[in-house]
Design a protein around this ligand. Sequence first.
Ligand SMILES: [Zn+2]
Length: 330
Amino acid sequence: MPLPKAELHLHIEGTLEPELAFALAVRNGVTLPYADTDALREAYRFQDLQSFLDLYYGLMTVLRTEADFEELADAYLARAAAQGVRHAEIFFDPQAHTARGVDIGTVVEGLGRALDRARERHGVTTRLILCFLRDQSAESALETLEAAEPYLHRITGVGLDSAEVGHPPRKFAAVYEAAAALGLRRVAHAGEEGPADYVREALDVLGVERVDHGLRCVEDADLVARLVRDRVPLTLCPLSNVRLRAVDVLEEHPLPRMMDAGLLCTVNSDDPAYFGGYVEDNFAAVRQALGLGEERLRELARNSFEAAFLDDDEALRAAYLAEVEAYTFP
Ligand SMILES: [Zn+2]
């Protein structure tokens, strides 16, 4: 049994495995430009960000009905549970679907059906986080939040993802203000490929409670001191960083230095179907490449539950933290 943990940085669209993509394509009469799952799996070995994004958005065309989204989420939850995930806060990108004519209600209700059964079926508790695509306009983000209003009982918070450079957090000040007024929690990708200043701006302008990635904060000592002082969680994704070349090789990942500095780090899988592994695969990779000992791994797991949006169920958080402390490594 792997170390119990929460996964806090996971894009549900990034869990689409080649086999499910093909099955959904057949079911929905969508023609994919690949001969078979082997050819598609080959394409998953993309070389750069653009070829990843082309594949990522291209494959989404197979997701059309509530049942498709339900199946996608259920497949992720089964894999996550096998990797020790006890609580998952799942990102989804409504604009990637509404732009191709799939209603936001289809997406949320389909995912919601899988999430409703997740605890009983997989032993995983869940939260859903609606992400805005930062390379789309601020107006589009506001329209998306408005379209989501009938489904807010299913949505815990908002996030911000996709291509970072040139799309600073302040572009989304208005939609984050509106989200806060609706009682939604706030996170944002910042400091992955964008500069440390984007992390500061996400905190100051968007009021985020967690920073997704946040890797480049290490370039700014004052910012690190602030993140440590305020216990702002960072959701790091080591295998993703290597695939998208935020770091050259895993052995050079700053995770150990960041933990030594006192930052509240967590380890997550980002887009696991595309980036070479689910969350326990990330734990195993950093353990090996960075030589993290058992107490460091336990600290990462503890951090994941401390950073989770479980404020409405502190008894559950305490139970999960007790599981982490009681865990014995094989
Ligand atoms: Zn991400």
